[in-house]
Design a protein around this ligand. Sequence first.
Ligand code: GZL
Length: 351
Amino acid sequence: MADISELLRDLRAGRINRPEFLRISAALGATSLIPIGLHPTLAAAAANPNMTPASPPKKAKYLIGFSQSELNNAWRFAEQTSMDSEAKVRASKYDFKSTNANGDTNKQVSDVADLIAAKCDLIVITPREVDPLKAATDRALAAGVPVIEIDRTSRGTGGVDFVTAIVSNFVQEGEKVGQWMVANTKGPINYVEFRGSTGAAPAIERHDGFHNVVDSEKRFVLMDSQDGDFTLAGGKKLMTNWITRFGPKIDMIYAHNDAMAEGAFQAIKEAGFTKKLFVGSIDGEKKAIEQVAAGNFSVCVQCDPHYGKRTFDAIDQYFAGAKLEPKITVADKTFTIANAAGLVNEGFGDA
Ligand code: GZL
């Protein structure tokens, strides 16, 4: 039979999942976990694999950790504000400790380790990248600390590797932009794609969703696709280069978020580029909805950043002992010229 350190290696490498780890370690004997420096909760959990997260402890007050990946655009500020203000509303029941990885994936992995060390009862993570953040959720689970992922996901399965993921349907968001472009354009369309941060779930899935729809339409030709890191500066820089390289050959812009589309729009203005382009983006910033209403952007698919209430509702349910769905999907609207003017207030950020 395997020993505990071998099992731990397998858990960290993703070769076994947490329930398997707990089952086999229980068979090996819980006490053997302590000498290799594991959190005592894990030793107890190994003796009783259902102890966590299935039966959370009852406490007068819980400490909730929040690992934010970065604050580099209006969407992320809106999300952070929503989490901070909801934590204040629920302050009689929860203490709240927030970290910001500043766009550094390795820092986010160590931020989660710090939140575990701070003895959080539950950690909420917005995983910057899918694969590297699996190590962070594994570490939390090995320490007996439940994780809820919000807005993005890491590799793993809700209900197994983490309690639940509360997320928008990114594939569908990309598909909706693609469908609008297919239905509302004619003839050859040369386009550029502003991708979100490489390795992030929304970048991967918004790419897949859009290409699911347009790739079978031979009239759509991808001129270039690059990482603009979900930022205005990233979008502006890419568009400045593309205007120089392709000029008026560009017909359409697909941006994985509004910040990059806004950056592209600024570059277009500053370059004095006058050709009217089709522009599709995702998020639903007030500014972007206004751009749709003004006819400058063609379509904007909402990705609601207001995670505070829905996350704390899920936390309440978890500590009440309810079984959460492995995935909770956020419903999003689509803004076009037909509805945008009346829906600007559904957006977030400055108008
Ligand atoms: C979506 C979120 C994305 C937003 C961006 O849930 O992860 O990341 O679209 C953001 O604007 O940076």
